[in-house]
Design a protein. Structure first.
Length: 166
């Protein structure tokens, strides 16, 4: 049986079990540079563990997915968090799942606005980058260093995503 995932709006409350949302928030504002700059402070806190691991900044350039799309795998990073902040002004999809005895459970699908990013907590199952509309750049904060920081899981039966209504 084909199972389609329902697209949910990306909110802090709904996404909290999986990580942080990176977006401006009036509660996070600190005025700096003589009051000339608003600093939205500590929107996410990168996690890194393991000897020799360190935080790196990257730019990922993702090509848009074709729909309907089959979610047939998920991945997670046991040694560090991973964040995605869009730079190209396009919304994107976020697919996450709770851990169920070392495997991802049923995926949860969110639509991230062009002004929202996500920080997946360490060990959170998620689908790789899912851009919409056109090729898009993302600022990615990630862990680099020794150790295996990637686990993948392939579903026996994929879940499907219909063409998002934007």
């Amino acid at each position: 049986m084909t199972e389609f995932l329902k697209i949910r709006p990306l909110t802090k409350e709904a996404f909290a079990p999986f990580g942080d949302i990176i977006e401006t928030d009036p509660a996070s504002i600190r005025l700096i540079n003589g009051g000339n700059t608003e600093r939205h402070h500590a929107l996410a806190v990168p996690e890194v563990t393991g000897d020799g691991g360190h935080v790196v900044l990257n730019i990922f350039r993702g090509k848009p997915r074709q729909f309907p799309y089959a979610v047939d795998m998920m991945e997670r990073h046991p040694l560090g968090s991973q964040s995605f902040t869009p730079l190209s002004g396009n919304p994107f999809l976020v697919v996450v799942a709770q851990d169920e005895q070392g495997k991802p459970g049923k995926p949860v699908l969110f639509l991230a606005r062009a002004d929202q990013g996500v920080n997946y907590h360490r060990n959170v199952w998620h689908h790789p980058l899912m851009t919409l509309r056109s090729t898009s750049d993302f600022l990615v904060v990630d862990r680099d260093g020794p150790g295996n920081n990637l686990e993948e899981f392939f579903f026996d039966q994929p879940f499907f995503i219909a063409e998002p209504k934007l």
